[in-house]
Ligand binder design. Structure first.
Ligand code: IMP
Length: 431
């Protein structure tokens, strides 16, 4: 059974959590492959709203087992808190959640280093310490979950990190929030307590998932953030620190790239971005306000108001290509109801001329002006529509533009936050 990967085609916040929750009913495994608690996956079930930051969204559906792959940087204390929160709300977690022994631990000094370095302000990060945790991984100094479970090794490793933290503070002439040996003693005490609880969950997930693959079980790879926040393919340096695109599922889970045969690209009917960095189709403050309020566009992790813009087909074309998107799911179509006219960016005017290719140089991107085509909007609400054919003709032709840019079919459209507000889209010839 080929692996299916769910990726974001924009800057994150496309509604992947809700889509993974929906698809999880047909999956045996749901596996998060990158990022950390910077993600905020909102899922509404009946009257209850769950916001998951670290656990795979599949955890809310009883059927699948869930994996946090080694591509994730996971705060062990936060992980247990999120688990406890779910158990407290009646979600079964025991025996269903596995954490890769190779996952890197996000530890309390990571957010401190992020602030010390000014990275949080420069990039507008979520302040969760994601960048420094991945920096430790890349400079080959990270602490992986298997070390977390071994008190002797952990002590040695934390000593190294405590000494480095002291040097970093000294280097910028600042004092840490508490003396370093006091912080160190706190870490030792915390992690010796959490280790016992984590031990049953921490396993070789590469073996687990590859065995499942061989048995023909259905694996759903859950991406976090979006294509344009990918460390390699996004709007660098205004990106997160992991590979958020589909390739990250292979490296972050240890699944062979050849097994990733279905890639579902999730794309909001308009665009949003939170944090710094270029956003070609961004609307000016006044125009963005109505859409932001209507779409509740406030960060699920930080509560920050999201920047809002028109749909950008230059970005969608690029996202479809670099991820190898095989089908699209469009979310939040209902939010556009009531707008008589919509603008769609189809190309950019860059200093080097007009292009339909996403510029790699972020400065060029920042200076690019979108070329818009206007499309008629629709005034009627669509949140009650459950059959594609019942959507207004203008909404269907708006969606056609997404298919043309991505060169693949739309398989589903979502028109509300409830699980039931997702409609399947028939293949082109049968619409
Ligand atoms: P970091 O991942 O906290 O290092 O933040 C890097 C950039 O990615 C910032 O612009 C964040 O706002 C953005 N970011 C990180 N996670 C998410 C997410 O889940 N949704 C939207 N933006 C995100």
């Amino acid at each position: 059974m080929p692996v299916t990967v769910v990726v974001g085609c924009q800057f994150g916040d496309e509604g992947k959590g809700k889509i993974v929750d929906y698809l999880a009913r047909g999956a045996d495994w749901v596996a998060r492959y990158g990022g950390g608690a910077n993600a905020g996956h909102t899922v509404q079930i009946g009257r209850e709203t769950f916001v998951l930051h670290l656990l795979p969204s599949g955890i809310l559906t009883p059927r699948p087992k869930c994996v946090i792959g080694h591509g994730v940087v996971a705060d062990p204390v936060y992980l247990l808190e999120e688990m406890d929160l779910l158990v407290g709300r009646g979600v079964p977690v025991a025996g269903r959640l596995f954490i890769s022994e190779g996952a890197h631990a996000l530890l309390p000094y990571h957010p401190m280093i992020e602030t010390l370095d000014g990275e949080d302000v420069r990039v507008g990060t979520t302040k969760r310490g994601i960048g420094p945790a991945y920096q430790d991984k890349v400079r080959r100094a990270g602490i992986r979950f298997y070390e977390l479970l071994d008190p002797k090794r952990l002590r040695v490793r934390l000593e190294e990190h405590a000494a480095r933290l002291e040097t970093l503070y000294r280097g910028v002439g600042k004092t840490p929030p508490a003396p370093i040996d006091q912080l160190f003693a706190g870490w030792i005490s915390t992690y010796s307590q959490v280790a016992d609880r984590l031990r049953p969950l921490v396993v070789d997930t590469v073996e687990l998932l590859n065995s499942a693959l061989r048995r023909g079980e259905k694996i759903l790879g859950e991406g976090a953030q979006g294509t344009f926040l990918d460390i390699d393919l996004g709007t660098y340096p205004y990106v997160t620190s992991s590979n958020t695109t589909a390739g990250g599922a292979a490296t972050g889970l240890g699944l062979p790239p050849s097994s990733l045969r279905k890639v579902i690209g999730v794309c909001k009917a308009y665009a949003t971005r939170v944090g710094e960095g270029p956003f070609p189709t961004e609307l000016s403050a006044g125009a963005a306000d109505a859409l932001r309020e209507k779409g509740s566009e406030f960060g699920a992790t930080t509560g920050r108001p999201r920047r809002v813009g028109w749909c950008d087909l230059v970005q969608l074309r690029y996202a479809a290509r670099v991820n190898g998107v095989t089908s699209l799911i469009i979310t939040k179509l209902d939010i556009l109801s009531g707008m008589p006219q919509l603008e769609i960016a189809t190309a950019y005017d860059t200093p080097g001329g007009r292009t339909t290719a996403h510029p790699v140089d972020t400065e060029v991107l920042a200076r690019s002006k979108p070329v818009y085509e206007s499309a008629p909007g629709w005034l009627e609400p669509v949140s009650g529509v459950r059959r594609y054919g019942e959507l207004p003709a203008a909404a269907r032709s708006y969606l056609d533009r997404f298919e043309a840019a991505a060169e693949c079919p739309i398989s589903m459209v979502s028109v509300g936050s409830a699980r039931s507000a997702i409609m399947t889209v028939p293949p082109r010839g049968r619409r």
